[in-house]
Design a protein around this ligand. Structure first.
Ligand code: HAM
Length: 430
């Protein structure tokens, strides 16, 4: 029997991985410029960590958790998201004692047992950032600007952030009552899932992906607005966030239906959507403030705000748009003859201390090696001809224009450096 990757997971192969690596690197640069430091947390945690923070009634906990027991019966789960683990680590390592405000980022796989479809996987990837330790609206603004600037670095244009305020858990309870009355007339026509949500947490109905539910909601007309229910302190915060976004030049659109799928949010909530992905998976990322999360995990009351980007969805959009990534042209192919093969092995190893070097492991004919060099995308070929090698020289061939020079073996590294530097200058002046 042959094996296939488990349903909802994928292999990323050379050919596709270059785009991932490029995008990861672009994101790293932006995160670094914003002064964020990387944090790596385990891929699995206590199940309770997520149950308590994502919310018992959330889809993530109800249906999507990869929950398992280890051999000692510990109740564990593959992480469905990164914020609760970061908060756990923040408390566990007493990071509050090191400095008041922490800017942290992470990148890696997350796991949710959903129905796989385009842009929705069981193992997917987040790039996330969190600012822990301040309730200042400037932190929300910084997080959203950073979130946008990562997309800008990937070549996205004319971005508009959907934003809302979800207030506090108390004001949400008031809102939930208003929603129940609003939805009462269509209660029996809602999907079974949404009817259950209406009991446990009516806000989740707004998060429904069921097309029939969505049609019903639009028929009902003016939905009660969360913003009409939030407390005055949250409203003051909201005004500051919007003013800050305007000041830094981030475009936003208030989305009164935006509630987010996880329970830990307070005040600011935001998302970025790309309509080219399906209606249920158009969100490229989202985030918000979570001022109660760390206290709910037993830490001292500490506010936080953050985002996560659905990296797989971004990769889909970039691939569909045909976004070109810079191709690399810094490789060397070493071509040997029978008599110089062993010498070539040593030379390749030495050159690899400074350059990207390819080589024919099978020591095939000169012609076959030249063909392979041409196909490899290498920019330069170093040819170890028998006579030249004996004279202490090699031939250096530019595979892009076919020109060839003889250079002394001793001066080879320098000659390669000069060639690559010249090429760098040429590409800069293009
Ligand atoms: P989230 O909205 O649950 O937020 O996930 C963020 C993004 O992950 C989504 O917008 C979507 O692009 C992507 N995503 C979610 N599920 C899948 C899936 N099954 N397949 C592919 N992509 C998916 C969070 O997880 C929070 N931790 C965000 C945050 C950080 N809030 C505060 N700090």
């Amino acid at each position: 029997m042959t094996h296939q990757a488990p349903r909802g997971t994928r292999d990323v192969l050379p050919g596709e991985i270059e785009r991932w690596q490029w995008a990861e690197q672009q994101a790293r640069v932006v995160l670094d410029r914003y002064g964020f430091g990387e944090i790596r947390t385990p891929l699995f945690e206590d199940f309770e960590l997520f149950a308590r923070t994502s919310g018992e009634s959330s889809d993530v906990v109800q249906k999507e958790m990869y929950r398992f027991q280890d051999r000692k019966g510990r109740d564990l789960a593959l992480r469905p998201e990164g914020t609760a683990p970061v908060a756990r680590a923040y408390i566990e390592h007493g990071m509050a004692g090191e400095s008041r405000i922490h800017r942290l980022w992470y990148m890696g796989p997350m796991f949710r047992y959903g129905r796989p479809q385009k842009g929705r996987y069981r193992q997917f990837h987040h790039i996330g950032g969190e600012i822990i330790g301040t309730a200042a609206a400037a932190a929300d603004v910084e997080i959203i600007a950073l979130f946008v600037d990562i997309f800008v670095a990937w070549g996205f244009e004319n971005l508009k952030i959907a934003i809302n305020s979800v207030g506090t858990p108390e004001t949400r309870r008031g809102y939930a009552e208003r929603l129940r009355s609003w939805l009462a007339p269509v209660h029996d026509r809602l999907s079974a899932d949404s009817q259950n949500r209406l009991l446990a947490n009516p806000l989740r109905v707004l998060d429904s992906k069921d097309p029939a539910d969505l049609r019903l909601l639009s028929e009902l007309g003016d939905m009660p607005r969360l913003l009409d229910c939030v407390d005055s302190a949250s409203l003051a915060h909201w005004d500051l966030v919007l003013a800050g976004l305007a000041a830094v030049g981030v475009d936003y659109e208030i989305d009164h239906g935006l509630v987010r799928g996880l329970d830990y949010y307070t005040r600011t909530a935001f998302e970025l959507h790309d309509p080219s992905l399906g209606p249920g998976q158009s969100a490229l990322g989202g985030g918000g403030r979570y001022d109660g999360l760390i206290a709910s995990l037993g830490g001292s009351s500490t506010p936080g705000v953050g985002f996560s980007i659905g990296f797989d969805r971004v990769m889909l959009v970039l691939a569909e748009r045909g976004t070109a990534i810079p191709s690399r042209s810094d490789s060397i192919y070493v071509v040997s003859m029978n008599a110089t093969h062993d010498a070539a092995l040593a030379l390749v190893r030495e050159l690899r201390r400074d350059f990207r070097v390819l080589f024919d492991l099978e020591a095939r004919s000169f012609g076959a090696q030249m063909k392979a060099a041409g196909k490899s995308g290498a920019r330069l070929a170093v040819l170890l001809g028998e006579d030249e090698w004996e004279r202490g020289a090699v031939a250096l061939k530019d595979l892009t224009d076919g020109t060839q020079d003889t250079v002394p073996r001793i001066g080879l590294k320098e000659a390669l450096r000069v060639r690559f530097a010249r090429q760098g200058e040429e590409s800069r002046t293009l």
